[in-house]
Design a protein around this ligand. Structure first.
Ligand code: ADP
Ligand code: ZN
Ligand code: ZN
Length: 801
C-alpha cells in the first residue's frame, strides 16, 4: 500500500477527518494502522495517527509522511475502531479519543527550530547561526536578531521547522557482565600489575558473586571500587558493558506476600458460577455483583481472574482513583505477582508509560487501574471488572467525556467476555438494568464471618444547637471519641469535601466574600492565611474589616478539615491525628505514607475528606464519625441524594470490619431526609425504590437520557442569545416525547469571568438529536470559537454545574 489515511493532531471540527499521505517507498512495508507518524500540515509538521492504508486517492497534491514515530502500532485495530465509536457517542474529536487511550508520554511535543534553506545566501544572521545550519527557536528568541530573522524568513533564506518530539522514552541502565569465563576472571586478576588493587578486588568480587549481570552503579558500590575501575576492565575486554532497558517500577521496593484462593462460601460460589460459565464459553454478559462492603466481592474478582489467566487470557480491573491504595494493589499483586501492572495518575509520566508497555509487550496478564486503564492494549481480554461501579469518577469530565462502564461493555462485546460491575450501592442506572434483566444480578447478602453491620446513630445537630452545644462535635460523638482513645482503638472522622464551608462572613451586614471572577464563595485557608477560589485559583488576603460596611466583626464560618484538626487538638490534646485531604496528599507518595502511619497504629484518629471513604480495611477502626452528612445533599444535582446515600453507606462500612465491632455516628441538619435515614439502616433496596420514584417524577435517568449543552462567553448578552438560538434549533429537531429545559443560567453562572448558560435535553429515543447536536458543534466551533465563545455538550453528564 502506498497511501496512509491519517487523523492529524489538531482537535477541531475542520480537521476531524482523515487526510491522505503518501508513504515513501522505504517505509511502504512498515507503515501499519495504529502507528503514529509525523506529517506536514499547513506550515507545520505535526503528529498523526494512521488509521488505515489504501492504494488510490482523489487528493491532487499528495503530501508525504515525514517521519515514523513508532515501529509497531500503538493502537490495535480493536482500539482504533473503539476510538471512532467513542468519538461518535461522546461527540468528541477522534484525535482526542486516541490520546485519551494512550499514556500521556505519547502526547506529541513540538520543537521549533530555524533552519537555513539557502546556504550560499548572504546572511545577516551569521552571529546567530554560528556556522551551524540549524538552531533552536529558543536561542533565536533570546537574541536581538528577531527583525533580521523575520526578513530572512520572508525572503525564504531560512525557514521555521516544527519537529515532533516523542516524549515516550524508555529508561536505560548500564549493565556489566564478565566477558570471559569464571576462571578467566581469576587468571586476569593474576595477570594484573600488583598495584592494580581495585581492579583485582572487582574481579574477585564478580567471581564470587551469585549473579552474572550487574548494574554498574550498584556494582561499584558493592565491590567498593570507583566507576573508572569498571571502565578500565571493560577497555581491556575482561568485562563488557551495555545499555539495557529497565522499567521504572513504582512498586520496586515493596514486596507482596503471596496469597492463595480462599475456599468460597456457598453464597460466593453461587455468585461466581455464572461468571465462570461466561469465561468458559467465551460469551459476553454484564453482571451486577451487588454486595455490602466486606461480603467478599474482591475474592470473587480474584478467582474469576485466575480462571481467565488459566485460559491464557487477560483481565482489566478498574478501581476508583482514590481507592487505588497500596492495600488494594497488594491484594492483586499478592495473588498474581509480577503478572500485574498498575496504572493511575499518581505515577510519574515515565512510570505510567512503562506500565503501559508491559501490557503492550504482553509481559503482564492483569492491569489494575483507574478509569483510563479500560484502554489497556490487551488483545485477548477474558474479563473486565469495575469495582465500586457507582463512582462518578468513571466518567471523564474533560473531552472526550466517556464513561468507563460504557467503554468496558463495548470492549467486552468485541472480546466476547464478561463484565462484572461490583458495588454495595449500585448506581441507579446499573441497578435498574439489572432489574430489567439487561445485566444479570448476582447478590452477596452477608458479610464475611457473619459480622453484623455497624450500629449507626443519626444525630440531629439542630437539637445540639438548641441544647447549647456549639461545638462541631455532638455530645454523643465526643463521648465515643474519648472512649476509643481510652481503649486505644482507632476512629475515622469524615468531613464532606475539602474546606467546603469555610467562608468569611460579616456578622453585621451579612457580607460573604466572593470570587471576583466566578460566582462562587471564596474559601478560607488557614495555613496560608488566604482566601482561595476553588474554580479559577484566584487568591487574596484575608480582610481585617468588612469590605462592604467597614465592620471588624468579620470572621470565618463552617468546618474545614483544618479547623476540625485545630478543634481536636484543643479538646483532645492527647489524640494523635492524621489529616488527609487534597492539601496534605498533594505530594507523591504522601497518600501512602499517611495511611501507613495510621495503619501501623501511630495515630488514633484519621480525619479526612472523600478520599478516606473507600478502600480502607483496618482491623482497629471501631468508630466512624460523619461530621456533616448533608453538605452534599443540597447541591443542584439530581444525583445529590444518591451520592449522599452512597457516601454515607461507604463511610459507615469502614467500621468494625474485623473482630471488633463498630459504631457509626452521623451528624446532620436534615435527619429526616430519606437518603440519610436509609443510609443509617444500610437499606439500599428501599433507597433504590424511593429514589426511582423521585427520578420518575423528575424525568431523570434512568428513565430518561440527558444531554447538557453549556455555552460560555465573557459577554452575558451574547451567551443568552446563543443559548436561545441553540435551544430553539434543538427544539425544532426533537419529538414531543423529549423535554428541553432552558436556556437558563448554569448553577455556577460565571467562572473565570465567563458567563455560563445551559440547556438540558431529556430524551428516550431521539434519532435526530445527535445529528442536530453535531450541527450545533460544527456551526459554532467552526465559525465562532475565535470570538471566545465556547460550547460544550456533555452526553449523560455527571457534573450538573
Ligand atoms: P468486598 O470486596 O466485598 O469488600 P472482600 O473480598 O474484601 O469483600 O472480603 C472481605 C474480607 O473477607 C477480606 O478480608 C477477605 O480476605 C475475606 N474473605 C473473602 N472471601 C473469603 C472466604 N471465602 N473465606 C474467608 N475469608 C474471606
Ligand atoms: Zn459588613
Ligand atoms: Zn474564581
Amino acid at each position: 500500500m502506498t497511501i496512509a489515511r491519517v487523523i492529524v493532531d489538531v482537535p477541531s471540527i475542520g480537521t476531524d477527518k482523515e487526510f491522505d499521505y503518501f508513504i515513501p517507498e522505504k517505509w511502504q512495508d512498515m507503515v501499519q494502522p495504529g502507528m503514529r507518524v509525523a506529517v506536514p500540515f499547513g506550515p507545520r509538521t505535526i503528529q498523526g495517527f494512521v488509521i488505515g492504508l489504501k492504494e488510490k486517492t482523489d487528493v491532487q497534491q499528495l503530501k508525504t509522511i515525514s517521519r515514523l514515530l513508532d515501529i509497531t502500532p500503538v493502537l490495535n485495530s480493536e482500539l482504533l475502531r473503539l476510538g471512532e465509536w467513542i468519538a461518535e457517542q461522546t461527540l468528541s474529536f477522534k484525535v482526542s479519543v486516541f490520546h485519551a487511550m494512550l499514556p500521556a508520554a505519547m502526547k506529541a511535543k513540538y520543537d521549533k527550530v530555524i533552519r537555513k534553506t539557502n546556504r550560499s545566501a548572504q546572511l545577516s544572521l551569521d552571529g546567530l547561526f554560528n556556522g551551524k545550519d540549524e538552531i533552536h527557536w529558543k536561542d533565536a528568541e533570546k537574541s536581538n536578531l528577531l527583525p533580521a530573522l523575520h526578513k530572512e524568513i520572508s525572503e525564504g533564506n531560512v525557514e521555521v521547522v516544527y519537529i515532533v518530539k516523542d516524549r515516550a522514552q524508555t529508561k536505560k541502565m548500564k549493565k556489566v557482565e564478565p566477558a570471559v569465563s569464571k576462571d578467566g576472571l581469576l587468571s586476569a586478576a593474576e595477570d594484573l600489575p600488583k598495584n592494580a588493587v581495585n581492579q583485582k578486588r572487582l574481579l574477585h568480587y564478580i567471581h564470587d558473586a551469585q549473579e552474572k549481570s550487574f548494574e554498574s552503579k550498584d556494582l561499584s558500590l558493592r565491590a567498593k571500587v570507583p566507576r573508572q575501575t569498571i571502565s578500565a576492565l571493560v577497555k581491556k575486554g575482561i568485562l563488557s558493558e551495555k545499555n539495557e532497558e529497565v522499567y521504572r517500577d513504582p512498586y520496586k521496593h515493596k514486596s507482596f506476600k503471596r496469597t492463595n484462593p480462599l475456599p468460597l462460601t456457598e453464597e460466593q460460589q453461587r455468585a461466581m458460577d455464572p461468571i465462570l460459565e461466561s469465561i468458559k464459553t467465551n460469551s459476553h454478559k454484564t453482571y451486577m455483583l451487588y454486595g455490602v462492603t466486606g461480603s467478599g466481592k474482591t475474592e470473587i474478582y480474584l478467582q474469576s481472574i485466575h480462571e481467565v489467566i488459566k485460559k491464557g487470557k487477560e483481565a482489566i480491573v478498574l478501581v476508583p482513583e482514590i481507592a487505588l491504595t497500596p492495600q488494594m494493589v497488594e491484594r492483586f499483586k499478592g495473588r498474581f505477582g509480577s503478572d500485574v501492572a498498575v496504572l493511575h495518575s499518581r505515577l510519574s509520566i515515565g512510570e505510567q508509560y512503562d506500565e503501559w508497555r508491559k501490557i503492550q509487550k504482553k509481559e503482564v496478564k492483569v492491569v489494575v487501574g483507574a478509569r483510563s486503564a479500560v484502554f489497556a492494549p490487551f488483545e485477548n481480554l477474558g474479563i473486565i471488572i469495575i469495582d465500586e461501579e457507582h463512582e462518578t469518577s468513571y466518567k471523564q469530565e474533560e473531552i472526550p467525556r466517556y464513561h468507563a462502564r460504557d467503554v468496558a461493555v463495548e470492549r467486552a462485546k468485541f472480546h466476547q467476555c464478561p463484565v462484572v460491575l461490583g458495588s454495595a450501592t449500585p448506581s441507579l442506572e446499573s441497578f435498574a438494568r439489572a432489574q430489567k434483566g439487561i445485566y444479570q444480578l448476582l447478590t452477596l447478602s452477608k458479610r464475611m464471618n457473619e459480622k453484623s453491620l455497624p450500629d449507626v446513630s443519626i444525630v440531629d445537630m439542630r437539637e445540639e444547637m438548641r441544647s447549647g452545644n456549639r461545638s462541631m462535635f455532638s455530645k454523643e460523638l465526643f463521648e465515643k471519641l474519648k472512649n476509643r482513645l481510652a481503649k486505644r482503638e482507632q476512629t475515622v472522622l469524615f468531613l464532606n469535601r475539602r474546606g467546603h464551608s469555610t467562608f468569611l462572613m460579616c456578622r453585621d451586614c451579612g457580607f460573604v466574600m466572593q470570587c471576583p471572577h466566578c460566582d462562587i464563595t471564596l474559601t478560607f485557608h488557614r495555613y496560608s492565611n488566604e482566601m482561595k477560589c476553588h474554580y479559577c485559583g484566584f487568591h487574596t488576603e484575608v480582610p481585617q474589616i468588612c469590605p462592604e460596611c467597614g465592620s471588624s466583626h468579620i470572621r470565618y464560618f463552617g468546618t474545614g478539615t483544618q479547623k476540625v484538626e485545630e478543634e481536636l487538638s484543643k479538646l483532645l490534646p492527647e489524640a494523635r491525628v492524621v489529616r488527609m485531604d487534597v492539601d496534605t496528599t498533594g505530594r507523591k507518595g504522601a497518600h501512602e505514607r499517611l495511611l501507613d502511619h495510621f495503619q501501623s497504629g501511630k495515630a488514633d484518629i484519621l480525619l479526612g475528606t472523600q478520599m478516606i471513604a473507600k478502600g480502607l480495611d483496618f482491623p482497629n477502626i471501631t468508630l466512624v464519625g460523619v461530621l456533616s452528612a448533608d453538605t452534599m445533599l443540597h447541591l443542584p444535582d439530581f444525583r445529590a441524594a444518591e451520592k449522599t446515600f452512597q457516601l454515607l453507606t461507604q463511610v459507615s462500612g469502614r467500621a468494625g470490619r474485623h473482630e471488633l465491632s463498630g459504631e457509626v455516628v452521623i451528624q446532620t441538619y436534615s435527619p429526616e431526609h430519606y437518603s440519610i435515614q436509609l443510609a443509617g439502616k444500610q437499606d439500599y433496596d428501599r433507597f433504590y425504590r424511593r429514589e426511582m420514584a423521585m427520578r420518575k417524577l423528575g424525568s431523570y435517568p434512568p428513565f430518561y437520557y440527558l444531554a447538557l449543552i453549556t455555552v460560555q462567553h465573557a459577554d452575558l448578552m451574547k451567551v443568552v442569545a446563543v443559548t436561545e438560538k441553540i435551544s430553539a434549533y434543538i427544539q425544532s429537531k426533537i419529538s414531543d416525547a423529549a423535554i428541553l429545559l432552558g436556556p437558563v443560567a448554569s448553577p455556577i453562572p460565571r467562572i473565570n469571568d465567563r458567563y455560563r448558560y445551559q440547556c438540558l435535553i431529556k430524551y428516550k429515543r431521539e434519532p435526530s438529536l445527535f445529528p442536530a447536536l453535531n450541527k450545533v458543534l460544527e456551526h459554532y466551533q467552526g465559525k465562532l470559537s475565535r470570538n471566545g465563545l465556547s460550547i460544550s455538550i456533555d452526553v449523560n453528564p455527571y457534573m450538573m454545574i
